[in-house]
Design a protein around this ligand. Structure first.
Ligand code: ZN
Length: 269
């Protein structure tokens, strides 16, 4: 299912922008950033797409109420920089889609609900399209070796307690639960070139206790209702039978036969 994200494609990375033309993005990871910029979102979009003195670029920019797609997913953009994650060192740009989420306060970043809601839909859509497991959706800070701190917690809080919880949620929504390795295995099978560095997926455990308790409770309720119904039906049957087989009540005294009452003669009329 696609979410119909309202991408604004009026600002696109130009060929003059340093974006390694020719290389194709392998789209195995999704990295989330925040801009920590006091500039307006549209100026951020223009900077990421057009500024020729800066390498910085990204695929998507999510503003407080507007979304730009600055480059196709196949483009290699420059958002990850140097770092290490999952066996990859300093080459993440060729393997990851980069999404910037606009935040205008470097110290106390705040985001709108629109940014979390649309950002999540964008991530889920890309996870489905490219078979990206939830644990390969990471913050810039999970990879960066140059001290990047984005994306900050206020992007996903208070809806999610931790990034891990957000990843689990993404995994469930995008791939219907299951664990990360299944998705990764399926993707690997389809990829022609095997990855020289095997990734170590973390198995995911979903706690079904609450659901199980509820299911058991409902099962018991159904059993109880059925039992009660059967019992009442049996009772009704019993009473019906009783009524049908009921013998006429006897009079409290014997029937007196005419003429045989020892002196008292009753006349028939
Ligand atoms: Zn970043």
């Amino acid at each position: 299912m696609m979410f119909n994200i309202p991408y604004d494609r009026s600002i696109r990375i130009t060929s003059a922008k340093k974006h390694r033309p020719g290389a194709k993005n392998k789209k195995r990871y999704f990295i989330v950033h925040d801009t920590a910029s006091s500039a307006s979102t549209i100026n951020n979009a223009k900077f990421l797409a057009y500024n020729q003195s800066s390498w910085a670029s990204a695929h998507i920019l999510v503003g407080p109420d507007h979304i730009w797609e600055l480059a196709s997913d196949d483009t290699v953009t420059h958002h990850a920089g140097k770092g290490y994650f999952d066996g990859r060192r300093d080459d993440m740009n060729r393997f990851a889609i980069g999404m910037e989420v606009h935040s205008n306060d470097a110290n106390k970043p705040w985001f709108t609900y629109y940014q979390l809601e649309r950002g999540t839909k964008i991530i889920v859509e890309k996870m489905r399209l490219y078979e990206i497991p939830g644990n390969q959706v990471i913050r810039h800070s999970d990879y960066s070796s140059t001290g990047k701190t984005d994306i900050r917690d206020s992007y996903f809080k208070p809806q999610f307690k931790s990034w891990k919880e957000y990843q689990d949620y993404l995994q469930r929504v995008a791939h219907g639960g299951g664990n990360f390795d299944k998705v990764e295995a399926r993707r690997k099978k389809e990829e022609k070139k095997p990855d020289p560095k095997p990734v170590k997926p973390q198995p995911q455990k979903i706690d079904h206790t609450a659901e199980t308790v509820l299911i058991e409770k409902y099962k018991k309720q159904v059993t109880d209702i059925t039992k009660d119904r059967d019992h009442r039906k049996a009772e009704a049957e019993k009473w019906k039978k009783k009524a049908e087989t009921k013998t006429p009540e006897k009079l409290p005294y014997p029937v007196v036969e005419l003429g045989k009452t020892g002196g008292v003669v009753l006349k028939s009329s």
